[in-house]
Design a binder for this molecule. Structure first.
Ligand SMILES: *Cc1c(COP(=O)(O)O)cnc(C)c1O
Length: 358
């Protein structure tokens, strides 16, 4: 069993539109499907949007549009490396904050000691689709942006913070193969981000900023439009199965299932569990290895960004991040997860645990 099972509309459902698109030659540059997809997403979010070729470029454009260059952006370390990388590429400096052990989201108290005169923004994250609590992060009028790459489909809130980015990468529950969207009610920020997405050119083709090519292809937008038609059903299936999966995983000695904060229904990009080495009788890494031997590919995710060679700094200590990331295993969740697949994974973990006692 793979860590992800990408979910796309059947080829026949968009073959004719794709053929006509290729014949017409209108395959990119704000074509009709990108415009339609943006309209559909604005309806979905009830907020203005701009689609991008991927989530990271949407993050970069958002941060560049917010002018973080030469300043600091507070980010969690417990995230995918794209979060701090986007800050770097926008010319800012990531400052790593610790997380809360309950929600795995950035800790609103911990960030307070990290504010300086150079703080430009906070870039929070929705780990695995768990929605971080923006009200706990709002301080001194500093903008709160959210890397919501994993949380398209999470409830209760469709939009939060000053601006948000969602990813439509093939590994995410809602895939356009590659893709992302910036959602914000700040129309100035959105306009600048759109300009950055198109090399920095304004309507007259003049550049007063150095942008890049962040445009979504027509084929991705076409797939996105088809995805939206069946999305609600797939969200329901995914969430109910992820909930059943959690119940199956509970009760295995040494395994803690991360659960959603109250009133939340995350889309669960993965279902994270924490391994207590002593109680389980085996190290986290060994559990991952044993699962792989039995054909189940789990992921060590997230890895702590502040301990990666490109960010490592001996002076940074993030105890909760370090503890959680040394114990966490991200288990697969699919849009079309079946009861037997979930049971197979839970039973296999149980079996591995039992065998440690022999
Ligand atoms: C997937 C992900 C990204 C990157 O999105 P892409 O569309 O792959 O560029 C960024 N941040 C987080 C937290 C993610 O999970």
């Amino acid at each position: 069993m793979k860590i992800v099972r990408p979910d796309h509309p059947p080829f026949s459902s968009f073959a004719r539109e794709l053929r006509d698109m290729i014949r017409s030659g209108n395959v990119t540059n704000n074509g009709k499907y990108v415009q339609e997809f943006e309209k559909a997403l604005e309806w979905h979010f009830d907020a203005p949007v701009a689609v991008f070729n991927n989530g990271q470029s949407a993050l970069m454009a958002m941060l560049d549009a917010a002018d973080v260059r030469g300043r600091e952006v507070i980010v969690p370390s417990f995230t995918f490396c794209a979060t701090p990388h986007a800050v770097m590429w926008a010319g800012g400096m990531p400052v790593f904050a610790d997380i809360e052990s309950e929600t795995l989201c950035m800790n609103g108290v911990a960030i307070r000691s990290l504010f300086t005169k150079k703080t430009a923004a906070i870039l929070a994250v929705d780990p695995y689709g768990i929605q971080c609590d923006v009200s706990a992060l709002e301080t001194n009028g500093v903008s709160v942006f959210i890397d919501s790459a994993p949380s398209f489909g999470s409830s209760p809130n469709k939009t939060r913070g000053d601006a948000q980015v969602f990813s439509f990468h093939a590994t995410k529950p809602f895939s356009t193969m590659e893709g992302g969207v910036l959602v914000t009610k700040d129309l100035d920020l959105l306009e600048r981000a759109k300009q950055i997405r198109n090399f920095g050119q304004d309507a007259n083709g003049e550049c007063n900023m150095a942008g890049f090519n962040g445009k979504m292809m027509e084929v991705s937008a076409l797939i996105g439009l088809h995805q939206l038609r069946t999305w609600n059903d797939r969200v329901l299936h995914r969430k109910s199965h992820a909930a059943d999966f959690a119940v199956m995983l509970m009760g295995i000695p040494g395994v803690t299932v991360v659960t959603a904060p109250s009133r939340q229904a995350p889309i669960w990009l993965y279902r994270p569990i924490l391994i207590d080495e002593e109680e389980f009788g085996m190290s986290r890494d060994m559990v991952v290895e044993e699962l792989a031997k039995r054909g189940i590919y789990a992921r060590v995710y997230y890895r702590p960004c502040h301990m990666m060679p490109c960010y490592r700094n001996e002076n940074i200590r993030l105890p909760v991040t370090e503890r959680i990331s040394s114990r966490v295993i991200a288990l697969p969740v699919y849009n079309d997860f079946s009861q037997s697949e979930m049971k197979h994974i839970a039973d296999t973990i149980c079996m591995i645990q039992c065998e440690t006692k022999k």
